[in-house]
Design a protein around this ligand. Structure first.
Ligand SMILES: NC(=O)c1ccc[n+]([C@@H]2O[C@H](COP(=O)([O-])OP(=O)(O)OC[C@H]3O[C@@H](n4cnc5c(N)ncnc54)[C@H](O)[C@@H]3O)[C@@H](O)[C@H]2O)c1
Length: 350
């Protein structure tokens, strides 16, 4: 039977049935995969304003006026445009059924609002693991060797001045809070340097995994009281906000070292600063802060703290993995109705 549509209509019909994806930023690393997916799906790109969430929101809303989107994602450098809420993404509804962050953490996504409106939220899960574990190692070595103070002393023309001798990793007890992907990778690096790893996790690892990683489970209080170095590697949730506060600092060894590559709000900032000023914490290594990208000026001026601008995942190999993870989530979602790494459960499944 002859089609009731003219050829142009059929082309148009074919075009309009293609799924459409809004990309907040332009992927630059997984370009082969992107080109391949462009044969199946339409991608529109907007470049976020690096200094203004409001301007970025306007661009997203303008895109939503012009087109209907089935999925939306963002890649890197989220801090200036975060959080990802109804205010920002509302006009993409009701058609948009998938939002993907290029991060592993998803505390800055309103996943409940997305779920209530039938949309999945997904993350890049393990893509930033190795890059962030290496950042954890960099901060670990930096605090033990006092590299921040040594660099500062040399730059001020005093060579090594009156700096005391620094510490080595061998024999140090490292307490990891959150033995997930990053915690495990960091633990392996510590063991290879001769350190000992104890950990606390929401769920204890199997005996086999503990043995193969060479790590020992302890309760939270024991971790606080026995660690020479405490590394924060759990997600920020309602129950981990201010997990380390005044009471917890009091229980720690005098002169403890603190590392945080997870999220700033897991440590009560006021109590943390007080613990550094009093000498309870001898040095800290931080990749994450409260109120990014404008952290408390204390962190930028204190010589006892090594700071990095949420930089754990900013390596070329991580960037490839992150973009691939995002694109694979999209492809899988359009093929099966479910993304690879969902972090919520939509109330209405379509
Ligand atoms: N700095 C960066 O660039 C960067 C990059 C990636 C991830 N991150 C952060 O690191 C966090 C960890 O990443 P991951 O990939 O290892 O996540 P993951 O989900 O693999 O591991 C997190 C672990 O924390 C445990 N946990 C949850 N609540 C806990 C609690 N109250 N006490 C102890 N353990 C608890 C979980 O059981 C899980 O094993 C992310 O949530 C994210 O916030 C930061």
């Amino acid at each position: 039977m002859e089609s009731e549509f003219k050829q142009e209509d059929q082309v148009e019909l074919k075009r309009s049935t293609k799924k459409r994806v809004l990309s907040i930023d332009i992927p630059q690393f997984a370009t082969d995969l992107l080109e391949k997916l462009k044969e199946k799906y339409i991608f529109d790109f907007i470049v976020p304003d690096p200094h203004s969430r409001e301007e970025t929101i306007k661009k997203i809303h303008k895109a939503a006026e012009r087109n209907t989107y089935d999925a939306c994602f963002w890649v890197f450098k989220n801090a200036p445009i975060s959080p990802f809420t109804k205010e920002m993404l509302g006009p993409l509804m009701p058609s948009c059924r998938l939002f993907i962050t290029g991060a592993a953490g998803y505390d800055d996504l309103d996943i409940e609002w997305m779920a209530a409106n039938g949309a999945y939220a997904a993350n890049a899960q393990n893509a930033p693991t190795e890059g962030t574990a290496i950042m954890n190692l960099l901060l670990f070595l930096s605090v033990l060797r006092g590299s921040r103070e040594a660099e500062q002393t040399m730059r001020s023309g005093k060579w090594h001045g009156n700096l005391p001798l620094m510490e080595d990793p061998r024999g140090k007890i490292v307490g990891i809070i959150g033995m997930g992907a990053i915690g495990k990778s960091f633990a392996q690096k510590i063991i290879s340097l001769g350190g000992r790893v104890i950990y606390n996790n929401r769920t204890r690892l199997s005996k086999e995994e503990e043995e193969s990683l060479d790590v020992q489970y302890v309760n939270f209080d024991e971790l606080l009281t026995t660690s020479d170095v405490i590394s924060v590697n759990c997600p920020l949730t309602l129950s981990t906000k201010n997990l380390l506060s005044k009471n917890e600092f009091q229980k720690m060894k005098d002169g403890v070292y603190i590392l945080n590559t997870a999220r700033g709000n897991i440590i009560d900032e006021e109590a943390f600063i007080e613990a550094i000023q009093s000498g309870k914490v001898s040095r800290a290594g931080l990749d994450v802060f409260v109120n990014e990208p404008s952290p408390n000026p204390f962190w930028l001026t204190c010589d006892k703290v090594t700071v990095q601008p949420h930089w754990g995942g900013f390596t070329t190999s991580t960037a490839v993995k992150v973009e691939e993870a995002i694109l694979e989530n999209i492809d899988t979602f359009f093929k099966t109705g479910r993304p690879l790494n969902p972090v919520n459960t939509p109330a209405i499944q379509l």
